[in-house]
Ligand binder design. Structure first.
Ligand code: CU
Length: 282
């Protein structure tokens, strides 16, 4: 064996061993879609699994028939090429069967899509605007609005030659300075747009992703029952800092949410030019 070949063999064996070693970590990889935390995200997940299983069943039948035919009718056991031209029965079957399968997938898919788009009767509305490279949230009814940027620790660590180990930063690149706070169990409607280029607002746990397009308003909605913190990212390549505009949604019980709104309003009032002038005059 030449020197070159033995190096490649060594590398292949090493690679194989690493893959086997990683087997234990596969469960944590989360290769599949998540079930999310809303009724809609659960519906999307179940639909995804249903269609995945249908595809698997079709693959087993098609490849099974194909490999069986190749093996059973191989030349070495004296198989002769078939000699028929057309069969109306077979043509009808291979038209009707796929048609029935497609309809059986289209019905639940359409139901899920209609539910996903149903933004009627919301309890509250939030306008989301994408910027290069941050998000702006405007609570239409509460009069609260703010920007949400990458948190300071992640921002410091990501700078060239920062000397900070990203592994030491908690939720590196997935944390923001101001979180989007939502009340639990309320239907929240989002009006999503952008101020410069196309962005996309995506929190996987909510089960959907919506483009933020300048000059155009997209609608979406969610209703999260469980308080918690759910993270996401911009999902449309929007420039050099596309990877640095995460989304953090914090769902709170109604009481905590009301307190948060009151605190936001108080801060906004203290920071307003009028309040500054009044304070200075006193
Ligand atoms: Cu973006």
């Amino acid at each position: 064996m030449s020197q070159n070949k033995s190096v490649w063999l060594h590398r292949a064996l090493l690679g194989g061993a690493m893959l086997l070693g990683a087997g234990g970590a596969v469960a944590e990889y989360g290769l599949n879609m998540t079930q999310g935390v809303t009724e809609v995200s659960g519906e999307v997940y179940r639909l995804h699994m249903l269609i995945f299983y249908i595809c698997c069943a079709i693959a087993v039948v098609v490849f099974g028939a194909m490999f069986y035919s190749i093996w059973k009718h191989r030349k070495s056991v004296g198989a002769q090429a078939a000699n028929f031209h057309e069969s109306t029965t077979v043509e009808i079957i291979w038209t009707i069967v796929p048609f029935a399968i497609l309809i059986s997938m289209a019905i639940p898919a359409t139901k899920a899509l209609i539910n996903l788009e149903d933004t009627s009767d919301p309890d509250m509305t939030i306008k989301v605007t994408g910027y290069q490279w941050m998000w702006h949230y405007d609570y239409a009814d509460e009069g609260v609005s703010f920007f949400s940027r990458l948190d300071e620790k992640s921002n410091a660590a990501r700078q060239m030659n920062s000397g900070i180990d990203p592994a030491s930063v908690e939720d590196y690149l997935l944390n923001v300075d101001n979180r989007l706070v939502l009340p639990a169990g309320k239907k929240v409607r989002f009006l999503i747009t952008a101020n410069d280029v196309i962005h996309s607002w995506w929190v996987p746990s909510l089960g959907w992703k919506k483009d933020a397009i300048p000059g155009y308003i997209n609608e979406a909605w969610t209703k999260v029952e469980q308080p918690g913190v759910y993270r996401g990212q911009c999902a449309e390549l929007c420039g050099k800092d596309h990877g640095f505009m995460p989304i953090v949604v914090e769902v709170m019980e109604q009481g905590a949410y009301d307190a948060w709104v009151a605190a936001q309003k108080a801060t906004a009032q203290n920071d307003s030019p009028v309040a500054t002038v009044v304070a200075a005059a006193n």
